[in-house]
Structure formats: structure tokens, C-alpha cells
Design a protein around this ligand. Structure first.
Ligand code: 13P
Length: 258
């Protein structure tokens, strides 16, 4: 983390977990144990049907609610899809774009780029996910792959809008596997992402962008991961479903930095 230049963000990704009633239970408990005072930005990205309940429960707090996906189009004949402006109207501040689980369902880099543009147009903050498979890591092409994903996702995003974007590095082999990247492995790629952004937008912008790590991050390993200079927060799956665990990760993000 480097709080001098950029925001620290702890974001939960609930994936396909919790009903609206369970959302209410979670938020009630979470609110009662949430750290007070100065702390990092906190986001909870929840299933679409849970958004109204999450927004209602967290109205008077500093927790931002987000969606897990959006459609690239503003409106039209796209049965079952949700547009970015609908999410904004429902009270969302964030939207996860290009999660590997969605890419596995067929979402391409071009789709990710179109969704990033749609989210920015609606003034949602996109949390753009990138990450390599174990096979790519073993082949030694992690950095090339990540460069390509970042460049595709940001294609055509103007300088004045780039600061609204958050990038999340999520190695696919670490998601839901309990196999976390070591702080060094995670830092190496997050630093690389910052270098890619520096080449595209310059040093000042690269320094200001928050880059998160995701993949089996939990209350035990968060402190060490967040102590890395280029890891500005976390995108947390499993551990964000349990209020006490999520709170402990937020507390780990409140550690002093250099
Ligand atoms: P886990 O924390 O459950 O590994 O999930 C990470 C993730 O995919 C967050 O988007």
C-alpha cells in the first residue's frame, strides 16, 4: 500500500452467494463490528438481487455497494442483462468487470473493454480483473498475458477517466483454492501492472491507480500481502462472506505504511 499516493480499497466479491434476507443478516452484523475512525475504502459487490437490500442497509455508512457484472449496452433487447446506469440508479458505486469466472463463461477482452467504457460513462467505478492460469505461469508468460489483458481492458479510456478505474490482479490458480500467491509473487505482478499503466498514461497516473490482489486472501494472510508497496487492497471472495473475517481484513489494511 502507499496511502500517500492512492486509495486503499478492501472489496468483497460475494459471487453467487447469499439471498436478500441473508444480505440483511450479514449487513446488520457487519455494521455492528465495523472498525470506526480512519480506515480504507470498503466495497461489497453482491448479486444483483441483493443490491437494493445492501444499499438500504449500508446507507449511512462509508461502505460502497457494487455489482458483479454489467452489460456493455445502455439499454435494449438483452434479456436478463443489467445496464450500468440501472446499477447506478439502484445505488451502486462499483462494478466488477472481467472476473475470470465470467471470462470462463465466454467473456472476451473486447467485451471487458466495452463494459469498462459503459461503466465509466455511467460513472460507476470499474474493478477490472486480470490474471493468469497456472499453465501460463509455468510457461513464463504471466507478464505478457497480464500486459495484454490490461491494455485491452483500458483501450480507448481517456486520461481524465482512468483514475476512476481500479485494477484487481487475481491469479486464476489462487481463486477459491486456498492457494494464495506469496506476497512476493503478488507484488511482482501488481508492480508490473503499474508499469504497464505508466507506459500508457505516465508516472503520475500510474502512481495514483489502486491495484488490488485477489485469490484466497483471508484474515490470516491479508496483513503481509497489503504490506507490499504495489498492493493497494484486496478483492476478497470466500472471506468476504463472513463479517468477522472481512472486518479483520479491513483492520489489516489499517496498518501503518511507509
Ligand atoms: P477467493 O477469495 O474465494 O479465492 O476469491 C477470490 C475472487 O475471485 C475475488 O474476486
Amino acid at each position: 500500500m502507499n496511502r500517500k499516493y492512492r486509495k486503499t480499497i478492501i472489496a468483497g466479491n460475494w459471487k453467487m452467494n447469499k439471498t436478500p434476507s441473508e444480505t440483511k443478516e450479514f449487513m446488520t452484523e457487519f455494521k455492528s463490528i465495523m472498525p470506526k475512525g480512519r480506515w480504507c475504502d470498503v466495497a461489497l459487490c453482491v448479486p444483483a438481487v441483493c443490491i437494493p437490500m445492501a444499499v438500504r442497509c449500508m446507507r449511512e455508512t462509508r461502505v460502497g455497494i457494487g455489482a458483479e457484472n454489467c452489460n456493455a449496452n445502455a439499454s435494449g433487447a438483452y434479456t436478463g442483462e443489467i445496464a450500468a446506469n440501472m446499477l447506478v440508479d439502484a445505488g451502486c458505486k462499483y462494478v466488477i468487470i472481467g472476473h475470470s469466472e465470467r471470462r470462463a463463461m465466454g467473456e472476451t477482452d473486447a467485451d471487458v473493454n466495452a463494459k469498462v467504457h459503459a461503466a465509466l460513462k455511467a460513472e460507476l467505478m470499474p474493478i477490472v480483473c486480470v490474471g493468469e492460469t497456472l499453465e501460463q505461469r509455468d510457461l513464463g508468460i504471466t507478464e505478457d498475458w497480464i500486459s495484454m489483458q490490461v491494455k485491452c481492458a483500458l483501450h480507448g479510456v481517456p486520461e481524465e477517466k482512468i483514475r476512476k478505474i481500479v485494477v484487481a490482479y487475481e491469479p486464476i490458480w489462487a481463486i477459491g483454492t486456498g492457494k494464495t500467491a506469496t506476497p512476493e509473487q503478488a507484488e511482482e505482478v501488481c508492480e508490473h501492472i503499474r508499469t504497464v499503466i505508466r507506459k500508457l498514461y505516465g508516472a503520475k497516473i500510474a502512481r495514483a491507480i489502486s491495484i488490488l490482489y485477489g485469490g484466497s486472501m483471508n484474515e490470516k494472510n491479508a496483513f503481509e500481502l497489503l504490506a507490499q508497496p504495489d498492493i493497494d487492497g484486496g478483492l476478497i471472495g470466500g472471506a468476504s462472506l463472513v463479517p468477522e473475517k472481512f472486518v479483520q481484513i479491513i483492520e489489516a489494511a489499517n496498518q501503518p505504511t511507509v
